[in-house]
Ligand binder design. Structure first.
Ligand code: PMP
Length: 439
């Protein structure tokens, strides 16, 4: 027996309006809500059967593809045998996954894993581990970072709109993000590394617990860390007694087309890595992957997530890791991502409103500006184009502190034959803007 579901558009909207709390109701990107009924690999269908290319991967949760058959098979098999095994008891699946995740990390260190239910929880845990391991309190984070919504994670989050008017967890200082397009110090690496020194000297005790960085800032608008930045930041933070926490929730799992983790091509090794979203391909799971000596400092106290290390989520995650390897998805991201990026650059040459095209692999962004010289954000125009992309069959995201960035982070299975339809849809959306005389 299954519960009946009313798929009529009005009823879905009305029920959500009436029964969701304001805090959960607020995040609605489109003027007319988008209802999603079905997904298959890189595509989704709305309740009326309209097909869209999911260039957002359901907020990056879908890594290897909607309802990927191998993930579905793994999850189904596990659900039929045992849906949950609390970490008080033993089960082999999470332990296998921990071993497999540890194997993805740089050699020369012993890595261990703590599974959580979400990325936010994993961030909280990473902050706590760093404070516990170093016995220091001060944490640095970057401006326009997004690390999550809980008290802890929110306190290191700086994307406007996600910080509530409540007291935040103390001992957090923000450092200028090395945004090469419109950062506080222009392009380059050194001024942003100097900003770390300056912040340590002027806003902290001088003794750090950690610096937390997204290897590519996601909600901040696909801000890549320039060459040498992560390495330089790690040196400075470690010199002040702190650890490097890398948030690979968005940039991990081959999303940048380089390696499994984005930090791999920066020549840096984190002390703590946080992952979530794509790990479960839509089945909730998060994890902290951490150097054993750091994690060991938490020994002796309990830290228990009821659903952490759930065997169903862990089965999904094991299948994800297997599919990424077997289907050679990281190479797919590199090839298809390059074609997508080149196509976006061509659009930029035809539409003056596109001030910047940036990204690597399947983390791509288009930044809209009123004037390429002044770089004044074209917020209203971005909203217009964003609405049109949906009408032309794409799901993208509108992001950044000025909401003038279109972000594309599709599942790793996006194919070469999808690139032209994506570019055509964007082209039509920008042409609509010009026709409406809004460009
Ligand atoms: N870090 C980053 C970079 C994220 O994008 C997110 C989620 N958007 C989180 C952490 C928090 O993860 P979750 O929503 O699973 O709690």
């Amino acid at each position: 027996m299954t519960n009946s579901v009313d798929w009529s558009t009005k009823s879905i909207i009305d029920k959500r309006e009436q029964y969701y709390a304001a805090s959960q109701r607020a995040f609605v990107p489109y003027q007319k809500p988008l209802i999603i009924k079905k997904g298959q690999m890189q595509y989704v269908w709305d309740e009326n059967g309209n097909k869209l290319i999911d260039m957002l991967g359901m907020n990056l949760c879908i890594s290897v593809g909607h309802c990927h058959p191998k993930v579905v098979e793994a999850v189904t098999a596990q659900v039929q045998e045992l849906t949950h095994c609390t970490t008080m008891f033993y089960h082999p699946v999470p332990a296998h996954l921990a071993e497999e995740l540890a194997a993805t990390m740089p050699k020369g260190h012993e890595w261990v894993v703590h599974f959580t239910n979400s990325g936010t929880e994993a961030i909280d845990l990473a902050m706590m581990m760093a404070r516990r391991a170093t016995r220091n309190h001060d944490i640095l984070a970057l401006r326009y970072s997004y690390h999550g919504a809980t008290y802890g994670a929110q306190s290191v989050t700086s994307v406007p709109g996600f910080r509530h008017n409540v007291s935040q967890v103390p001992n957090v200082s923000f450092v200028a993000e090395p945004n090469q397009y419109r950062g506080l110090y222009g392009a380059g690496t050194t001024p942003y590394l100097n900003a770390i020194d300056d912040t340590i000297a002027s806003q902290t005790s001088g003794e750090l617990a950690a610096m937390i960085i997204e290897s590519v800032q996601g909600y901040g608008g696909i801000i890549q860390m320039p060459e040498g930045y992560l390495k330089g930041a790690a040196e400075k933070v470690r010199a002040a007694g702190g650890l490097l926490i890398l948030d690979e929730v968005q940039s991990g799992f081959g999303k940048t087309g380089d390696a499994m983790w984005c930090f791999d091509h920066h020549g840096v090794v984190p002390d703590i890595m946080v992952i979530a979203k794509g790990l479960g391909n839509g089945i909730p799971i998060g994890a902290v992957v951490v150097k054993k000596e750091v994690a060991d400092t938490m020994d002796g106290k309990l830290l228990f997530h009821t659903y952490g290390a759930n065997p169903v989520s862990c089965s999904a995650a094991r299948a994800v890791l297997q599919v990424i390897k077997e289907d050679d998805l990281i190479n797919n991201v590199a090839t298809v991502g390059t074609a997508l990026h080149e196509g976006l650059k061509q659009l930029q040459s035809r539409y003056p409103i596109i001030g910047d095209v940036r990204g690597r692999g399947f983390m791509q962004a288009i930044e809209l500006v009123k004037d390429r010289e002044t770089k004044e954000p074209a917020t209203d125009q971005t909203a217009f184009v964003f609405e049109r992309t949906r009408e032309h069959g794409l799901i993208v995201s509108k992001t950044g502190p000025h909401k003038n960035i279109l972000r594309m982070v599709p599942p790793l299975c996006l194919q070469m034959e999808d690139v032209q339809p994506v570019l055509d849809a964007l082209d039509r959306s920008f042409a609509d803007l010009e026709k409406a005389n809004l460009a």
